[in-house]
Design a protein around this ligand. Structure first.
Ligand code: ATP
Ligand code: MG
Ligand code: MG
Length: 383
């Protein structure tokens, strides 16, 4: 048994899948979140901390019982993490990395300084309608109005299609600091999970992600219809981007592949990521196992990150009824090669991530055939 203890800020589905991986290794994890949080449901001991991962006092309390503190979400108080790091508690990845990444605009500026291409982004001061219209002239329409902070599942994004949309966009995103981003007319979206270790970076294969209404819907591993050269370029760009940040951990790198073959980094998540769920079934070392290993300085043979077989991951969102996600899971029981993950979130809200299904098969086209009835069922629920 590894006697070291990992502390996690947040106990949602990512924390839950991290605990699934650490349970198998006899590694103890203390979660800071509400008592019924998904991660706590599968980890019975008295050392979890009850409270919000945004509460400084609770973070200090968690740190006291842990050897290394990590996060399942980047929207955290990095000042407290800096404080506990200064007192000798390991924080991985570094609080500096979390601070840079949790503000999407500062993240993009940082990537730019390190030679990683991103969509052109313009800082908005007080977000006056006229100012944003001026920016619209410069970026052209459509462009994306984005919240700098607290953004996930597209909830901080607004597509501004014309000057007439500017006012609605500002209203929709509320009184948050915003920035504007040039539209990326992408051919497809790619993602790479990168593991940052004490020695450097390693990457999982390049996968293709499909988003609907700005929420990840499907992940194809490996990416379909992408040349080996492009897949390699994406891995290299992802490793370069993650290599620029301090600390250890897994990182999800989302990218746009433009029609001219150019790659842009969309954003980076400093933690396990939706686009890496497929690794649980498709790779010897899952992204969760890799995260635990790297923050504890345990070995990660690079073969452990290779695909054993093609895989497709389908997210299950809250649908028309409070338990429509359970109906989808039942359908998946009949599909060969399907593994279902429900997150223990209770009643569904529309659009909330309730679970996911990964289908593996000897070939990608077999996997596509197998998963199609489940995609149809998900479309029916969301329609
Ligand atoms: P996540 O849940 O991945 O953290 P998020 O809320 O941070 O999502 P983004 O990753 O910024 O949102 O955007 C979500 C999706 O919206 C992207 O995957 C892409 O499909 C689309 N999108 C974002 N920015 C642009 C852009 N500049 N041009 C075109 N499409 C975009
Ligand atoms: Mg994001
Ligand atoms: Mg994203």
């Amino acid at each position: 048994m590894d006697s070291r203890v990992i502390g996690v800020l947040g106990g949602g589905q990512l924390g839950r899948m991290l605990v699934e991986a650490t349970n198998r290794r006899n590694i103890k994890v203390h979660i800071l979140d509400a008592p019924s949080a998904p991660a706590k449901q599968i980890s019975a001991h008295d050392s979890h901390i009850e409270g919000s991962f945004k509460d400084a006092a609770k973070i200090r309390e968690l740190a006291k019982s842990c050897d290394v503190v990590t996060v399942e979400i980047e929207h955290v108080d990095t000042d407290v993490l800096e404080e506990i790091a200064n007192q000798g508690v390991k924080v991985e990845p570094s609080w500096k990395t979390l601070q840079l990444i949790k503000d999407k605009f500062s993240q993009k500026a940082f990537l730019g300084r390190h030679g990683v291409p991103t969509a052109e982004s313009v800082d908005l001061g007080v977000t006056e309608v006229e100012e944003v219209k001026e920016v619209g002239k410069r970026l052209g329409y459509p462009f994306m109005l984005k919240s700098k902070t607290e953004a996930y599942d597209g909830r901080g994004n607004y597509v501004v299609k014309s000057e007439g949309d500017v006012e609605d966009g500002i209203k929709a995103l509320g009184a948050r600091p915003l920035y504007a981003e040039r539209w990326a007319a992408f051919e497809m979206e790619l993602a790479v999970m990168v593991v940052k270790t004490k020695d450097g970076t390693l990457s999982y294969p390049t996968v293709e992600t499909v988003h609907e209404d700005s929420i990840c819907k499907l992940v194809y591993a490996p990416a379909r219809r992408v040349s080996p050269a492009t897949a390699k370029r994406a891995q290299e760009m992802a490793e370069k981007a993650v290599g620029a940040f301090e600390g250890k951990g897994v990182f999800g790198v989302e990218m746009f592949l433009l029609k001219n073959g150019e790659l842009l980094v969309n954003e980076i998540a400093p933690r396990p990521h939706n686009s890496g769920h497929y690794t649980i079934e498709a790779c010897p070392i899952s992204q969760y196992d890799a995260h635990a290993r790297t923050i504890l300085d345990l070995p990660i043979p690079k073969e452990g990150l290779e695909l054993r077989c093609p895989a497709i991951m389908l997210n299950i969102l809250g649908g028309k009824t409070t338990d429509s996600h359970v109906d989808i899971a039942k359908k998946a029981d009949e599909v060969g090669g399907a593994t279902t993950h429900l997150y223990g979130k209770g009643e569904a809200r529309k659009g909330r991530k309730m679970g996911h299904i990964t289908v593996t098969a000897p070939t990608m086209s077999d996997a596509e055939k197998r998963i199609q009835p489940l995609i149809d069922a998900v479309d029916e629920q969301s329609g």
